[in-house]
Unconditional design. Structure first.
Length: 449
């Protein structure tokens, strides 16, 4: 997988020694794994004559404990919306000086991100001065399109969450995986049961969720392995981030088309049509080729926005502002990199910024000509792997452009079950107190065992 990022975990004392040796500023960045184009870090280091060291966290709760612990003074962190709220309420964040962000414009922010910002502002007035949106998206139910009857069971059920919690609604032998994040699984269970997930539940309701989890007897609890297992046909259905699905969806589209091209089943002029068929409603090309999986995104799913924040105890706040501004920016000056586009394209989660979104969408507007075929043969002769050729990545570009339009709408007006209308699909997770988070974890751990 090309989006692999190495973990650079360094202790504060080592950073101190490194800074004194190089005489260059050091920016300590706490991020999620596989969540940035690493080349952009190198470009920033070159532009600002500094060093960027990236530490990785596996959950928002880990982000919170790392920043709260104070052992390391991080300069930039990327928590999700509800964790930004918690950090803000606990006075852990520095205020962003937006006059130093020449690349940020409220007018350029996508409607869904504005909707999330409005929700956060209602919960914590003044919070919008403490973060800058980085990437956002939804959660969905990824499923195999190869298992007979499964798609109909997933997308046509009266309860949009039935496939995750009611085995009787699924074809016999369906292998179901639940994402091993208790808060996200809790949210989904509440939605299935018709319970408000934003308020702490009484013990009776938690027991109801526990019984639900026990009765489902999931075939697996996993994280990144869920999507890989569905692609490999080892699982049939699972709950996950839409962005994780979308990367594999675009990659598999490119793989299938390249398989057909190498087998001489299509000409270069047929490549465009094949991509459109595979990603369209019919899905099967020439009764032979198909992607084999898709995703269903409930109307009231989990939505999220991950954001750049600057902790209060950051040692390099000026450099932190420059880093944030660079990462949300576009091409400029002698540096021909396009960080805002590159990070979105690389990670496959949606951009908060309309200009970047439009550029990603425009990737689908390509044509395949004899020049592409000639270049492919030249690269093949020189030893370039067919699945890393210019033609392959052009197919991938078209697929990801189509995918963003299909699964990330620029603007949606979602009619919810209660009759209300939202500007974006889903709701952000609630910001619970630690003691209730512990109750959720205990409930799920007991149910899983």
């Amino acid at each position: 997988m090309r989006k692999k990022i190495s973990i650079l975990f360094l202790f504060a004392v080592f950073l101190s020694l490194c800074t004194s040796c190089t005489k260059r500023d050091v920016l300590l960045f706490l991020n999620w794994g596989e969540y940035i184009d690493e080349q952009m870090l190198e470009e920033f280091e070159s532009m600002y004559n500094c060093e960027v060291y990236m530490d990785l966290g596996e959950s928002n709760e880990i982000f919170y404990s790392k920043v709260r612990g104070g052992t390391t003074s991080y300069d930039v962190v990327v928590p999700s919306d509800y964790m930004v709220e918690k950090m803000y309420k606990n006075d852990m964040l520095a205020e962003i000086d937006f006059t130093k962000l020449k690349n940020f414009s409220k007018e350029n922010v996508m409607p869904g991100v504005k909707g999330i910002a409005e929700t956060l502002e209602q919960k914590a007035p003044g919070i919008t001065n403490s973060y800058v949106p980085y990437l956002w998206g939804t959660w969905g139910i990824m499923y195999s399109t190869l298992k007979e009857g499964l798609e109909q069971a997933v997308i046509r059920s009266e309860n949009e969450w039935s496939s995750l919690f009611d085995r009787s609604s699924l074809p016999s032998g369906t292998r179901v995986a639940m994402y091993d994040s208790h808060l996200h699984a809790y949210y989904a269970a509440c939605r299935y049961l018709g319970i408000d997930p934003d308020q702490p539940l009484e013990k009776k309701k938690l027991n109801q969720i526990s019984s639900l989890i026990k009765s489902m007897k999931y075939d697996a609890w996993g994280t990144d392995d869920i999507k890989k297992d569905i692609v490999a046909k080892n699982k049939d259905l699972g709950f996950m981030w839409t962005g994780d699905f979308l990367y594999y969806y675009s990659e598999n589209t490119a793989n299938v088309v390249m398989d057909a091209y190498l087998a001489n089943d299509i000409s270069i002029q047929e490549v465009h049509d094949m991509v459109e068929v595979l990603t369209g409603t019919s899905r099967i090309y020439k009764d032979k080729y198909q992607i084999g999986f898709d995703i269903f995104i409930p109307k009231d799913t989990v939505a999220f926005c991950d954001n750049f924040v600057i902790p209060k105890d950051s040692s390099h706040k000026e450099l932190a502002h420059q880093f944030i501004d660079f990462m949300i920016g576009r091409k400029e000056g002698k540096h021909e990199v396009d960080p805002g586009f590159a990070n979105t394209y690389y990670v496959s989660y949606n951009t908060p910024y309309m200009d970047v979104y439009k550029d990603i969408r425009n990737l689908e507007n390509v044509e395949f000509t004899n020049e592409d075929a000639t270049l492919f043969q030249t690269e093949k002769t020189s030893g370039v792997d067919a699945y890393d050729s210019s033609l392959y990545w052009k197919i991938y570009d078209m697929a990801i452009g189509i995918s963003f339009g299909k699964y990330y709408k620029a603007e949606e007006h979602i009619l919810l079950p209660d009759g209300s209308i939202k500007k974006y699909r889903g709701n952000i997770l609630p910001c619970f107190e630690r003691n209730y988070i512990n109750q959720i974890n205990t409930t799920f751990n007991n149910a899983k065992t």
